[in-house]
Ligand binder design. Structure first.
Ligand SMILES: [Zn+2]
Length: 290
């Protein structure tokens, strides 16, 4: 696509202006292709004490993909964190739950109420694994007809929300039914490896330009089904994204200063690694600068 410039009396000059590529006009590209894709971290806490003491917030993430707003894993404090940041739940098109553990689902009921304005406006889609709705449901039965639809997540499936699609490529190794996501917007791909014990094929399922990972531990520990820093490093080396973001920090990892660990991972892998911060808003247009 090209864009016109001012007319000149010399046709050769005018031709030169007329054929300037749109890539010289990033603002126009954005106007043409839609609003930017952004992720706002409403929390970065990942283990029981970091959540229950609120050393870090635990509200999940607010995705805005070209104006399509999606809430991921509304943990405890999501309502407060989102209102504080002037994010309006009545604009949400979907709420996605990776799994029913409380640090991911604590505020899901109130966020369904907020999305549907107390149930008065039937709108939005809720995506959740079946065990979040059946036995020991974390989504209260009386709210289940508030959204337009509830879609059950299952392994190897693909879903869409307006012009955004996402996949749940593989069932994670975690005590309850858990999925990660590969999102495709008209502009970018990003994958989010939510809670899981490490397994060798993980990186094969989550190839994308931006890789986000829930990394709870400094070192892996038997019996704890979460990723650690050495495992995250291996996944980054295998996926080779343009950038990786670490979040969902447990206590040992938080004490070790995640931003310093991210810096070290960047140096070791040659890939930009960022430690998420509470309230951080990441614009995926930044990937083009890396
Ligand atoms: Zn979990």
């Amino acid at each position: 696509m090209t864009i016109g410039g001012e007319a000149r009396n010399d046709s050769g000059q005018r031709f030169g202006v007329m054929t300037r590529s749109l890539s010289s006009f990033p603002d126009i590209i954005r106007a043409v292709e839609g609003l930017p894709d952004t992720i706002t971290f409403l929390g970065t806490a990942g283990a029981r004490f970091v959540v229950t003491k609120q050393f870090l917030a635990s509200g999940g993430a607010w995705l805005n993909f070209g104006g399509t707003e999606i809430l991921l894993d509304p943990g405890p404090g999501c309502l407060v964190q989102s209102v504080k940041r002037k994010l309006d739940a009545s604009r949400l098109k979907a709420i996605i739950l990776s799994h029913k553990h409380l640090d991911h689902s604590g505020d899901i009921n109130i966020m369904i109420e907020a999305m549907t304005e107390g149930g008065w406006k039937q709108r939005g889609v809720v995506f959740a694994p079946s065990d979040a709705l059946d036995k020991d449901a974390v989504i209260l039965p009386y709210l289940q007809n508030y959204p337009q639809e509830i879609d059950i997540l299952s392994e190897g499936k693909s879903y869409s929300i307006e012009d955004i699609s996402f996949e749940t490529p593989v069932k994670h190794r975690h005590p309850v039914e858990t999925y990660g996501f590969v999102f495709r917007t008209p502009r970018h791909t990003l994958s989010w490896i939510t809670d899981t014990k490490y397994f060798g094929a993980l990186s094969r399922y989550y190839r994308a330009e931006l890789l986000i990972m829930n990394v709870v531990m400094l070192e892996s520990r038997d019996g704890v089904d979460h990723l650690s820093i050495p495992e995250a490093r291996q996944i980054i080396e295998e996926v080779k994204p343009k950038a990786a973001i670490l979040t969902h920090f447990g206590m040992s990892l938080w004490r070790a200063k995640p931003w310093e660990l991210a810096q070290k991972l960047s140096e070791d892998t040659g890939i930009k690694v960022i430690a998420a911060r509470d309230g951080m808003r990441f614009d995926l247009a930044r990937l083009e600068e890396l």
